[in-house]
Design a protein around this ligand. Structure first.
Ligand SMILES: Cc1cc2nc3c(=O)[nH]c(=O)nc-3n(C[C@H](O)[C@H](O)[C@H](O)COP(=O)(O)OP(=O)(O)OC[C@H]3O[C@@H](n4cnc5c(N)ncnc54)[C@H](O)[C@@H]3O)c2cc1C
Length: 387
C-alpha cells in the first residue's frame, strides 16, 4: 500500500511540477494539480479504508508530502492541510458526519480548507472570537477568516468558532461546513512573496449547519488540536518543506554534474564544503522528522495521548527546526548557485521560488508562538527526554 501511494504521488508530482511556476507567477490556486491529486486518490490518503480511503499511516503521509512538495510546495501544503482536516473528522467527527463527509473525500470530490486564523486574535490556535449561535438544532456561523488556503475552490471548510456568545475565548468548537451551506465572500487578496499558489484569500463565511457537525463536541477543540490537527500539521508541513528543499538540491547537483554542466567549479574545496552544509541541514531535518513521526505513530498505535509534555515539545521543535533548517538550506543553495542560476526568476532551477516559499515556513503558524509555548512546557519537564 505504501508503495502504491508513493507511486501515485510520483505520478501526480509530475503534474504539480508542470504548473508550479505558473501558479506562483499568477498567485492562483493550482486547480490542475489538485485535479491530479483527486484523480490519484490522494485526497483520501488518510481516510480510513472503511470509508473508501487509503487508510495510510503517518509514515506514508510524510513520504507522500515530500514527494508532492518536490513538484510544487504550494499544492503539497494545501493537500497536507486538507489531510489534517480529514484526520480530525475521521478521529473526532460523529458517525453521521463521518458518513456524510469521508466517502466524498475518498472519491476526490471534497477538498476541505482550514479556518483557524481570525482577525483580532491572529494566529493563536486555541482561542476564537466569533461565537456560534445555536437555534433549533442548527448552528449559525458568521466568521471573518483573513487567511484561508484554497478558499476559492474548497468544497468544505473546517472552522474554529467560540462555542457560544458570552463564553471565554478558549471555549472553542470546531465546525464542519459544506461550501453549499455557506456564502463565501472574498474580503482580502493573496499577493505574497512566496507560497503564492496556495491562494490563501481572506473570506467572510456566513451560513448554517446541523448541530451534529461539531467535530470533537461543543467546546472540544483542544483535544482535536492536540491529538490530530497539531501533529498532522507539524509533521505534514515539515515533510513538505523538506521535500521542496530536497528537490531543489537534487536539481542543483544534477546541474553541476550533467552534460552542459553549469555553476561553480566542483573541484574547489569551498564549493564542496558549501554543498555539504546544505546536506547537513536537510539530513538533520529528515532524521528528526522521521524520529517524531515514529514517536507519534507509536503513541497512536498504543492508544496513548499526544498531550504528553515531551511529545508536545518534540512536535513543536520539529516545526521550528524544519522551518529554519530548510529555509537556511534554500538560502545556502541561493548563495551556491549565484545570480543567474539561483537568484534569477528565469533560471531553469527552482531555487528562487523555493527560497521565497520557504521564507513563509516560520510564519505559517509563527515560530515565536511555538517557541514560547515550548519554553513554558519545558518548565514542567524535568526529565528532558530528547527526541
Ligand atoms: C502559506 C500560508 C498558508 C496559510 N493558510 C492558512 C489557512 O488555510 N487557514 C488559516 O486559518 N490560516 C492560514 N495561515 C495563517 C497562519 O497559520 C498563521 O496563523 C498566520 O500566518 C499568523 O499570522 P501573523 O504572523 O500575522 O499573526 P500572529 O501569529 O498573530 O503573530 C503576529 C506577530 O506576533 C508575533 N508573536 C505571536 N505570538 C508571539 C509570542 N508568544 N511571543 C512573541 N511573538 C509572538 C509573531 O511572530 C508575529 O510577528 C496561513 C499562513 C501561510 C503563510
Amino acid at each position: 500500500m505504501s508503495d502504491s501511494c508513493h507511486e501515485a504521488a510520483l505520478t501526480a508530482a509530475s503534474v504539480l511540477r508542470k504548473y508550479a511556476a505558473e501558479v506562483d507567477d499568477q498567485a492562483r490556486f493550482p486547480v490542475e494539480s489538485f485535479a491530479a491529486l483527486r484523480e490519484a486518490g490522494l485526497l483520501g490518503l488518510v481516510v480510513p479504508t472503511g470509508y473508501g480511503g487509503a487508510g495510510a499511516g503517518l509514515d506514508v503521509y510524510v513520504d507522500v508530502a515530500q514527494v508532492l512538495a518536490g513538484g510544487c510546495l504550494s499544492t503539497a501544503l494545501a493537500w497536507a492541510m486538507h489531510c489534517q482536516q480529514t484526520d480530525a473528522i475521521a478521529r473526532f467527527g460523529g458517525p453521521e458526519l463521518r458518513e456524510r463527509v469521508l466517502p466524498r473525500v475518498a472519491r476526490g470530490e471534497l477538498y476541505i480548507a482550514s479556518v483557524t486564523t481570525e482577525r483580532g486574535k491572529g494566529g493563536h490556535l486555541l482561542s476564537a472570537d466569533a461565537p456560534l449561535d445555536a437555534r433549533g438544532g442548527r448552528l449559525r456561523i458568521e466568521r471573518d477568516a483573513p487567511v484561508v488556503t484554497g478558499a476559492s475552490v474548497a468544497e468544505g471548510f473546517l472552522i474554529t468558532m467560540k462555542e457560544g456568545a458570552g463564553l471565554p475565548a478558549n471555549a472553542v468548537s470546531l465546525v464542519y461546513a459544506d461550501r453549499d451551506a455557506l456564502s463565501v465572500a472574498e474580503t482580502g487578496e493573496w499577493d505574497t512573496l512566496g507560497m503564492r499558489g496556495t491562494q490563501s484569500l481572506g473570506v467572510r463565511l456566513s451560513g448554517e449547519v446541523p448541530a451534529d457537525q461539531v467535530v470533537g463536541g461543543p467546546g472540544g477543540f483542544r483535544d482535536v488540536a492536540v491529538e490530530s490537527m497539531i501533529p498532522m500539521a507539524h509533521l505534514g508541513w515539515s515533510a513538505c518543506w523538506l521535500g521542496a528543499a530536497r528537490a531543489a538540491l537534487g536539481e542543483l547537483v544534477t546541474g553541476l554534474r550533467g552534460p552542459g554542466r553549469r555553476g561553480p567549479d566542483t573541484a574547489s574545496e569551498l564549493v564542496r564544503e558549501r554543498l555539504a552544509r546544505i546536506r547537513v541541514d536537510l539530513e538533520l531535518t529528515s532524521g528528526y522528522l522521521h524520529r517524531v513521526e515514529q514517536e507519534v505513530s507509536a503513541a497512536r498505535a498504543a492508544g496513548r495521548s499526544l498531550g504528553e509534555t515531551v511529545v508536545q515539545i518534540h512536535l513543536n521543535t520539529l516545526k521550528v527546526a524544519a522551518s529554519e533548517l530548510t529555509f537556511r538550506a534554500a538560502d545556502r543553495m541561493m548563495q551556491f548557485a549565484g545570480l543567474a542560476a539561483g537568484y534569477s526568476k528565469t533560471s531553469p532551477l527552482p531555487v528562487e521560488r523555493t527560497f521565497r516559499d520557504l521564507r513563509a515556513a516560520s510564519l505559517n503558524y509563527a515560530n515565536d508562538r511555538l517557541l514560547t509555548a515550548t519554553g513554558s512546557l519545558m518548565l514542567l519537564d524535568r526529565s528532558v527526554v530528547l527526541g
